[in-house]
Design a protein around this ligand. Structure first.
Ligand SMILES: N[C@@H](CCC(=O)N[C@@H](CS)C(=O)NCC(=O)O)C(=O)O
Length: 214
């Protein structure tokens, strides 16, 4: 059954792979599943047809037969459960990999998004200069803890898993701030993720959309 996902018609990140369709593309590439992409304008994302798929009017969504999903954590988990390659067979290792997926979206991503919003959307506010260091510190705290936990390992828990896929993609959004590079082992971890052939294919596919939209 053909898998279809949605993505930005014109990604605001200039094709850097930060939009969340990239993590879904990456998961599909890791497990060797072909997919189609439906591109949406910002206006179309808020229209009833898309809201029926995604109640919050965002991308990406995932459709496969009569199944429609939203939320990248749920989508990547679904892909990882259906196809070999992203979750270990051992039940405990599998549960730990899923835990890292949740940690990526529940613990690490929110302060990173807050920082991106503070810079992009609130840069002109008179209180921004005072607030920004506080927001940056809220990012550094989980980064320090994650850095300590990863240590000199390649991946978070044994071999590469959906937990690493989610975490690497979440961390990528921190690179433009310079904070990722304050943690050399996390910067190397992200680079390892980016070096995976499946990531490169996902990145190229989303970049081709951006190039075509210019
Ligand atoms: N928690 C959601 C977040 C989805 C999300 O925020 N998507 C962004 C693109 S990366 C979006 O659609 N932004 C446009 C908007 O909110 O209007 C997920 O992981 O799928």
């Amino acid at each position: 059954m053909t898998i279809a996902i949605t993505a930005f018609e014109r990604s605001p990140d200039g094709g850097q792979g930060l939009a969340r369709d990239t993590r879904v593309r990456w998961a599909l590439e890791e497990v060797g599943q072909p997919y189609k992409v439906r591109l949406l304008s910002f206006r179309a994302m808020k229209e009833p047809a898309h809201l029926a798929l995604h109640p919050f009017g965002k991308i990406p969504t995932y459709e496969e037969g009569d199944l429609a999903l939203f939320e990248t954590g749920a989508i990547v988990f679904h892909i990882a459960e259906r196809h070999a390659g992203l979750l270990p067979d051992d039940p405990n290792a599998r549960a730990r990999a899923i835990t890292w997926m949740f940690a990526a979206v529940n613990t690490v991503e929110p302060p990173i998004i807050e920082l991106a919003n503070a810079k992009l959307l609130e840069g002109d506010k008179p209180w921004n200069k005072e607030r920004l260091p506080l927001v940056e510190d809220r990012v550094r705290s989980p980064m320090e803890q994650l850095s300590r936990r990863l240590g000199d390992a390649d991946w978070l828990d044994g071999g590469f898993s959906a937990g690493d896929l989610m975490m690497v993609h979440v961390l990528l959004r921190l690179r433009p701030s310079g904070i990722l590079d304050e943690y050399p082992n996390l910067a190397a971890y992200v680079a390892r993720g980016e070096a995976r052939p499946a990531y490169k294919r996902a990145f190229a596919a989303q970049f081709a959309v951006y190039k075509g939209s210019r």
